[in-house]
Design a protein around this ligand. Structure first.
Ligand SMILES: CNc1nc2c(CCNCc3ccccc3)c3nc(N)[nH]c(=O)c3cc2[nH]1
Ligand SMILES: [Zn+2]
Length: 379
């Protein structure tokens, strides 16, 4: 008799906001238990660019992302496996999640050819022919050894025909089943299914029905944040998250601005990732309580206040806008370390404040306050 394996990933619902679909809970993983809703910093090449693991720990990061596609190409998953897996390789002992590479193939690689078997494409760096399939993705993710891994899916263009999206959803469901069967170590339960279906309610229902029947420990809402409007994303979330089991974590992929995080949480999302905070930090754009601030602007040359006067992070307590503007101007790497640290801290603490608002049944008031402070700045 096969003993019942405790799933390695579990979600515990703690409380729902009285007036919205927002909920707070805990994500339980082999590398710790982390409060949700949560923002997950992205570390594409096995590092959250320019930030050390103890700094990530200090700012309250729990789960970080690494990228199957990139690590497969360089240094190769076997080197990470020889190191003892990603946690050892990058010296991070909390949660790690890997995407399956599907999205990267569809967004980075040129001349890709999608077949039932998998996707053939040219690696933009080396120009060599590559092949990725559900089985190959599972083999790579298993070698990387994250706590949570994504199924191999197709993230289709948002504005495609109903027929194209229907065919894509059906293939993604078949790929999800193949992934479940392929991932090698049986006690390994950290696989999430990814719901697709673009903006079509019937296709989102079909995708969710297929994946929920496969009983994944968690689910991602994919196919969003790919150029559709925020209103459109909210409309799709409105009818998609209720299709997912309440006792499983829900992860909205690729979302990371304050307004979208709040609107996603209000529609029942628990986990988010986005490259934005560290990407915009590298050209000196900072997320603050009053909207975005481009530190290179001349207006900050004599400004000796903090990036954000409502932020208590290490950067805002120790450095001025004038100093950070100088560092960015002269391309000093310490400058992007400071802007990256603050942007990540900002989003991680926005989620902390959001969890408190859920505890107090004040999510709507919290949203009002954030949107008002931002005014019409870009969020
Ligand atoms: C930005 N908007 C957006 N991102 C999406 C992603 C990637 C999420 N970020 C993963 C990552 C991991 C490490 C390093 C960098 C990124 C998706 N991934 C999958 N598998 N499927 C999606 O539908 C899908 C949709 C997305 N929309
Ligand atoms: Zn700060």
């Amino acid at each position: 008799m096969e003993e019942h394996m405790e799933p390695a990933i579990k979600y515990r619902l703690i409380k729902k906001d009285k007036h919205t679909g927002a909920r707070m809970g805990e994500l339980i993983t082999p590398h710790g238990t982390f409060p949700t809703p949560m923002f997950m910093p992205v570390g594409t090449q096995a590092t959250v660019k320019s930030i050390a693991p103890d700094e990530l720990d200090a700012m309250g990061a729990g789960v970080i992302l690494a990228n199957t596609y990139h690590l497969w190409l360089q240094p190769g998953e076997q080197i990470v496996e020889e190191a003892g897996g990603l946690h050892k390789f990058m010296n991070w002992d909390k949660g790690i999640l890997t995407d399956s590479g599907g999205f990267q193939v569809f967004s980075l690689a040129k001349h890709r050819d999608i077949k039932e078997e998998g996707v053939t494409f040219r690696d933009p760096v080396s120009g060599s022919k590559m092949f990725l399939s559900p089985e190959k993705a599972m083999q790579i993710e298993n070698a990387l050894g994250p706590d949570i891994m994504m199924s191999f899916d197709e993230c289709p263009p948002y504005f495609e025909t109903y027929d194209y999206i229907k065919k894509s959803v059906e293939r993604t469901s078949r790929w999800a089943q193949r992934g479940l069967e392929a991932h090698q170590n049986p006690d390994w339960q950290g696989l999430f299914g990814i719901v697709q279906g673009a903006g079509f309610k019937k296709l989102r229902q079909q995708s969710a029905r297929d994946l929920v029947s496969m009983d994944f420990p968690g689910y991602s809402v994919g196919g969003l944040s790919v150029g559709e409007s925020k209103e459109e994303m909210n409309r799709v979330l409105e009818f998609t998250t209720p299709l997912l089991p309440e006792n499983k974590p829900r992860y909205l992929m690729g979302v990371g601005t304050a307004d979208s995080l709040i609107d996603g949480v209000m529609r029942g999302i628990d986990m988010f990732d986005c490259v934005l905070p560290t990407r915009i930090a590298r050209n000196g754009t900072c997320m603050t309580s009053h909207g975005r601030l481009v530190i290179k602007n001349a207006q900050y040359a004599h400004d000796f206040g903090p990036l954000d006067d409502e932020c208590d992070c290490y950067v805002c307590r120790n450095y001025s806008r004038a100093y950070i503007r100088h560092l960015i101007h002269v391309n000093e790497t310490f400058g992007i370390r400071l802007t990256s640290y603050h942007n990540l801290y900002f989003l991680i603490h926005l989620m902390q404040d959001l969890r408190q608002a859920i505890a107090d049944d004040e999510v709507l008031e919290f949203r009002e306050m954030v949107f008002e402070k931002y005014g019409f700045n870009q969020l």
